[in-house]
Write a protein that binds this ligand. Structure first.
Ligand code: GLC
Length: 725
C-alpha cells in the first residue's frame, strides 16, 4: 500500500526529473482522488487537524494557534492541552508591540522565528497574524492586532507572513473581516459602507494575501450585511477570490460555520471547530457530521449539488498541502533556541513606547543603589491566558526579574501596592497563584513605606489577560485601569513626583494621573523576555524607539463611538446584534484630527533618550504622474544612539469627497549614532493619494493638490511639502 501511495504521489510531483508546477501537481492528485477523499480533506478530523489522503501518501494537515507563539498540543478532540512535555515554547511579543516598532525588518525576524518554532513542532498552518483594525480601546483582542491604521497594519503584516512561510508553514491571516470587538462576536452583524470597508477594514487583509501571499485566511465569526463571514459570498468569493485573485484556503474560525449551503456556496474551503449540527449538539468526534462532511456528501450523491465547488475547495487545500505538509525544503525549524529569545527580547525592547520622561528621569543610572518596583504586573505571568493566543512557555522573565537582572548591584525591593487578579492559568497549564493576604490599605501603606530613600520607584500596572481585560471572547467595560490602580498611582505620586508608571496592556487606558508622575512607559505583552526587554529600556541598554500604533484618548467619550448602535450594537428580536460603523473612515487619529479633540497621546507618538532633527523633504517632482520620491534628512542631535521613525502623511487639499486631514502613507525607522546624519526616502504612487470611490467601485486618484506632512508623530509634524496630481 505504501509503495503504491509513494508511486501515486511521486507521479504527481516530478516527471522526467523536472518539477511539475504546483497547479499541475494539484491536478494530478485531484484526478486520483475519490469523492469521499475529496470530502475528507475539506473539514476537520480533530480539534486542530484535517485529513490527508492516506491512500496516496498525503499526510494530514496540522494547524495550531497562535500569532505570538505555538500553542501547546491539545488532545485529539479537546480544548484542554494534552499535557505533553515537549511543547513549552518561546513566547514572542504580542503583535501590537511588533506594530509599535514600525520596523519592517523586525517583522521578518519575528515571522522567521515563530515560523521555525511551528515547523519544529510539525505544524503546517500557524493561525495568525491577526490584523483587525483597532476600532475601540475596549476591544478584547486588540493586543493581538496591529493598531488603528490600515497602512501600518498592512506594512507590518507582510514580512511577518513571508517570514513564517519561508519555513514551509502557512500563515492564516485573521479574522477576515470586521471582527473588531469580542462582545457578541458570534452574533454581531456589522453594517458598514463600501468606502469605509475598502479604505479601513480590508487593506491589511489585502496586503496579507496579495503582498504577503498568506496561504490561508480565517473567516470571522461575526456577520456582515446579514451573513456570517465564513459563508459570506461577497467577502469571500467576490472580493477575496475574484477581486484579489486569491488561490489560498479560507479556513473557518472554530465554530464559525452554521450551514452546508452557506459554506459550500459562500466561499469557505476548510471547516474547523464546528460543534456539530450533529443533530445532537456537542456530540464529540462527530467530524463526519460537519456541515461540509456527510451532509455535503449526501447532497452531491443525491445530485442536488455538482462537484465544481468541491473540486475548487480541494484544489486550494491540496495546494496548501504541497506548500506545507508535502514541502520538504522548509528545514527542521528551531524551538526555544537562543536566537528566538534574542529576537523576542529585541522586538520587545524596540516596541516599547516612552510616553513621558520628565527632566530625563530615565534611563535609570547604572549606579542606582535602591530601586523600588511596585505593582501586580511586575510579577504576574502574562504569556498564559487571554484566549487562543495563550502559551505554555519554557520561560517568562517578569518585570521584577528583568530589573534585578539589569541592576545586580542595586537593592531592588518589591511591593505589591495593589492586588487585582491573583490566580491564572489556561486549560490545564500555566496555573499560578500570587495571592497576597494583606488588605488593599496595607498594600498601599507598605508600598509607600518602601519608597522611602529609593533612587527610583517603578510602578508596573495596567491590564492583564483576564476576562473583561485584554482577552478573547470579551471586551473591556471600562476605559479606566482596574483594581483601583488610579488611586494607588495618585497616592504614590503624591510622595514621589518622579514615579515611573509602566502600563502593561494591549490597549489604551485612561491616565488621569499623567501630569503628576515623572515618566510613563507603554509596555506590551512581551512574552518570554518581557522583563529583560523592559529593563533594557529602563537601563538605557536599548534606547526607546517605539511609536504608538493607536491613539490614547483622554476619555473614551472623546472617541468616534457615541451610540450603542455604533458599539457594541443593539440586539434585535432575532438575537442578532445590529451594529453600524457610522463613524465611517474616521477611526483613530482620523477622528481626533477631524474633530480637533486632543488625545492624551497621539498615534505615532513615542519619545527617545536622544533627540532628532528631521529636515525639509525633497521631492523628485512637484507633479505626481506614476511615482515620486520624497527624501528627508534626519540627524541624531543628542548624545546617545537611538532610532527615529520618520512618518509621512498625505492630505488632499481639495477633494470631491470628505477626507481625513491626513493619512499615514509612509514610515521609515533609522538608527543613528550621536551626531550622525542620514536620510530616509519614500515612494509616493497614485494609490497613496487615492480614495475608494464607490461610484466606480474602484480607487480614485483624483487630480488636485496634496500636502505631504513629515514628522515624528501624527501630532508632531516638522515639515510639509506640496505636490499635485
Ligand atoms: C478561536 C479564535 C481564533 C483561533 C481559533 C482556534 O475562537 O477566534 O483566533 O485561531 O478559535 O483556537
Amino acid at each position: 500500500m505504501a509503495a503504491m501511495a509513494a508511486v501515486a504521489l511521486s507521479a504527481c510531483c516530478c516527471v522526467r526529473g523536472e518539477k511539475k508546477s504546483l497547479d499541475a501537481q494539484v491536478e494530478d492528485i485531484l484526478s486520483q482522488m475519490t469523492l469521499e477523499e475529496k470530502i475528507a480533506i475539506i473539514h476537520a478530523q480533530s480539534k486542530f487537524s484535517s485529513a490527508g489522503v492516506p491512500r496516496l501518501g498525503i499526510p494530514e494537515l496540522w494547524t495550531d494557534d497562535g500569532p505570538h507563539g505555538v500553542r501547546p498540543d491539545v488532545l485529539w478532540d479537546q480544548w484542554n492541552s494534552a499535557g505533553n512535555t515537549n511543547d513549552s515554547c518561546t513566547a514572542f511579543p504580542a503583535l501590537t508591540c511588533l506594530a509599535a516598532t514600525f520596523d519592517r525588518e523586525l517583522s521578518s525576524l519575528y515571522g522567521v522565528s515563530v515560523g521555525e518554532e511551528a515547523r519544529y513542532r510539525k505544524k503546517n498552518v500557524l493561525l495568525g497574524p491577526g490584523v483587525n483594525i483597532y476600532r475601540t480601546p475596549l476591544g478584547g483582542r486588540n493586543f493581538e492586532y496591529m493598531g488603528e491604521d490600515p497602512y501600518l497594519a498592512s506594512r507590518m503584516c507582510v514580512n511577518y507572513i513571508k517570514g513564517v512561510q519561508s519555513n514551509g508553514v502557512a500563515t492564516c491571516v485573521k479574522h477576515f473581516c470586521l471582527n473588531n470587538q469580542e462582545f457578541n462576536r458570534h452574533t454581531v452583524n456589522v453594517k458598514v459602507d463600501d468606502r469605509t470597508l475598502y479604505e479601513i477594514y480590508l487593506p491589511a487583509f489585502k496586503a496579507a494575501v496579495t503582498e504577503g501571499g498568506s496561504w490561508s485566511i480565517m473567516g470571522a465569526y461575526n456577520l456582515y450585511d446579514g451573513t456570517h463571514l465564513c459563508h459570506n459570498s461577497r467577502i469571500l468569493n467576490d472580493i477575496l477570490k475574484k477581486e484579489w485573485n486569491y488561490d489560498g484556503v479560507v479556513i473557518s474560525d472554530w465554530g464559525g460555520v452554521s450551514d452546508t449551503e452557506g459554506a459550500v456556496k459562500g466561499g469557505l474551503d476548510l471547516e474547523f471547530g464546528t460543534w456539530t449540527d450533529g443533530l445532537t449538539m456537542g456530540a464529540t468526534n462527530s467530524y463526519d457530521r460537519y456541515w461540509m462532511a456527510n451532509p455535503y456528501l449526501e447532497k452531491i450523491r443525491s445530485g442536488e449539488y455538482g462537484t465544481d465547488e468541491l473540486d475548487d475547495k480541494c484544489r486550494r487545500v491540496l495546494k496548501l498541502m504541497l506548500r506545507t505538509s508535502l514541502y520538504d525544503n522548509g528545514g527542521p525549524g528551531r524551538f526555544t533556541c537562543p536566537e528566538h529569545y534574542a529576537a523576542a527580547r529585541r522586538i520587545g525592547a524596540e516596541g516599547i513606547v516612552l510616553l513621558k520622561n520628565e527632566g530625563g528621569l530615565l534611563p535609570i543610572a547604572a549606579d542606582a543603589a535602591k530601586i523600588v518596583v511596585l505593582g501586580e504586573n511586575a510579577i504576574k505571568p502574562m504569556t498564559v491566558g487571554g484566549g487562543s493566543s495563550s502559551l505554555k512557555v519554557q520561560k517568562e522573565v517578569s518585570i521584577l526579574e528583568g530589573i534585578r537582572n539589569a541592576f545586580p548591584n542595586a537593592e531592588v525591593i518589591y511591593e505589591r501596592a495593589y492586588q487585582g487578579s491573583t490566580k491564572g492559568g489556561y486549560d490545564n497549564y500555566g496555573a499560578y497563584d500570587i495571592t497576597d493576604e494583606r488588605s488593599a490599605e496595607t498594600l498601599v501603606a507598605d508600598a509607600l513605606k518602601a519608597c522611602e530613600g529609593a533612587d527610583y520607584v517603578i510602578f508596573a500596572g495596567g491590564l492583564n489577560k483576564d476576562w473583561m481585560q485584554d482577552a478573547e471572547g470579551t471586551d473591556r467595560v471600562d476605559y479606566n485601569l482596574p483594581y483601583g490602580q488610579n488611586e494607588v498611582i495618585e497616592a504614590l505620586a503624591a510622595v514621589r513626583s518622579d514615579l515611573v508608571v509602566v502600563n502593561v496592556s494591549g490597549n489604551a487606558v485612561a491616565m488621569p494621573w499623567a501630569d503628576r508622575v515623572g515618566a510613563i512607559i507603554q509596555d506590551w505583552y512581551l512574552g518570554s523576555e518581557a522583563g529583560n526587554s523592559l529593563a533594557d529600556v529602563l537601563s538605557g541598554a536599548v534606547c526607546p524607539s517605539g511609536k504608538l500604533p493607536f491613539t490614547i484618548p483622554v476619555a473614551l467619550e472623546d472617541g468616534p463611538l457615541k451610540t450603542p448602535e455604533q458599539y457594541p450594537g443593539v440586539k434585535g428580536e432575532d438575537g442578532i446584534w445590529q451594529e453600524e460603523y457610522s463613524e465611517g473612515i474616521y477611526v483613530g487619529y482620523r477622528w481626533y484630527e477631524k474633530t480637533g479633540v486632543k488625545p492624551r497621546f497621539a498615534f505615532g507618538y513615542g519619545l527617545s533618550y536622544t533627540s532628532f532633527a528631521i529636515g525639509e523633504p525633497k521631492l523628485s517632482s512637484k507633479v505626481l504622474r506614476d511615482k515620486l520620491t520624497v527624501t528627508v534628512p534626519v540627524e541624531n542631535t543628542g548624545d546617545v544612539r537611538g532610532a527615529e521613525v520618520v512618518q509621512l502623511y498625505i492630505g488632499a487639499d481639495n477633494s470631491v469627497v470628505d477626507r481625513p486631514v491626513k493619512e499615514l502613507k509612509g514610515f521609515e525607522k533609522v538608527w543613528l549614532n550621536p551626531g550622525e546624519k542620514s536620510s530616509v526616502s519614500f515612494t509616493i504612487d497614485r494609490q497613496a493619494v487615492s480614495f475608494f470611490d464607490t461610484e466606480i467601485h474602484d480607487w480614485n486618484a483624483e487630480a488636485g493638490d496634496y500636502t505631504i506632512y513629515i514628522g515624528s508623530s501624527s501630532d508632531d509634524i516638522s515639515s510639509t511639502a506640496r505636490f499635485s496630481l
